[in-house]
Write a protein of this length. Structure first.
Length: 217
């Protein structure tokens, strides 16, 4: 009998990836309200700290080596100053993080979100941040060189929707971009039977204070 090793390899990889995400199906999902409370408490610790207290990295690495059970998905900007694991004071295995400049979502990001939800995560956070460079670029021009143009193009609807509102134009555009990304996830992510259990919220991270402001719906 001839064996198609390419197909066999693909099946094995898929099986292993599913096992790695949730090796223990009896592990309960963290309710979205509890997950959000954890993030708020973690951010408060981070914002008040002057020096990192450190994490039990070796023990946590061993604990999560064969399975992960992240309690929240965070769609964040790629900006080096806004790492969710740090600003929410979490460690290995706690957060399922998706990062692009401008915290935008494409098919890859939507697929990643669907994967996390399918394996137990029930809170999705869209996290924008103060003085976002991608939104600044979109506010400054309708186009940009190279592939940065794709970021500017996809943020333009938020720029248009926020135009003329009271307050700082950049801050307004960042909030509007977060809201539009959250709406896109609600409309396009195929969450199946878990959809009614999932909560999607928006956060705005202040580079100056270290605090996250929340928009909860």
């Amino acid at each position: 009998m001839k064996v198609n090793f390419c197909n066999l390899t693909f099946v094995v990889v898929i099986a292993l990836s599913r096992w790695a995400m949730a090796a223990d199906p009896t592990t309960p999902s963290v309710p979205p309200d509890e997950a959000l409370s954890r993030l708020k408490a973690g951010n408060e610790r981070f914002a008040k700290s002057t020096v990192s207290a450190g994490k039990p990295v070796a023990a946590r690495r061993a604990e999560t080596a064969h399975a992960q059970h992240p309690f929240a998905v965070v769609v964040a900007c790629a900006d080096s100053r806004s790492a969710p694991e740090i600003i929410f004071d979490q460690t290995i295995g706690d957060l399922f993080v998706i990062r692009t400049a401008g915290n935008l979502v494409d098919d890859y990001a939507l697929g990643s979100i669907e994967y996390a939800v399918d394996h137990g995560t029930r809170l999705i956070v869209v996290l924008g941040h103060q003085r976002c460079g991608a939104v600044t670029a979109a506010l400054s021009s309708a186009s940009a060189p190279g592939h940065v143009n794709s970021l500017v193009r996809d943020i333009q609807p938020a720029v248009a929707a926020s135009k003329g509102k009271e307050g700082d134009a950049l801050t307004n555009a960042i909030h509007e971009n977060d809201a539009q990304v959250a709406t896109k996830i609600r409309k396009q992510a195929q969450l199946g039977e878990h959809a009614s259990q999932v909560r999607i919220v928006e956060g705005y991270y202040s580079l100056d204070t270290g605090k996250v402001e929340w928009t909860e719906k």
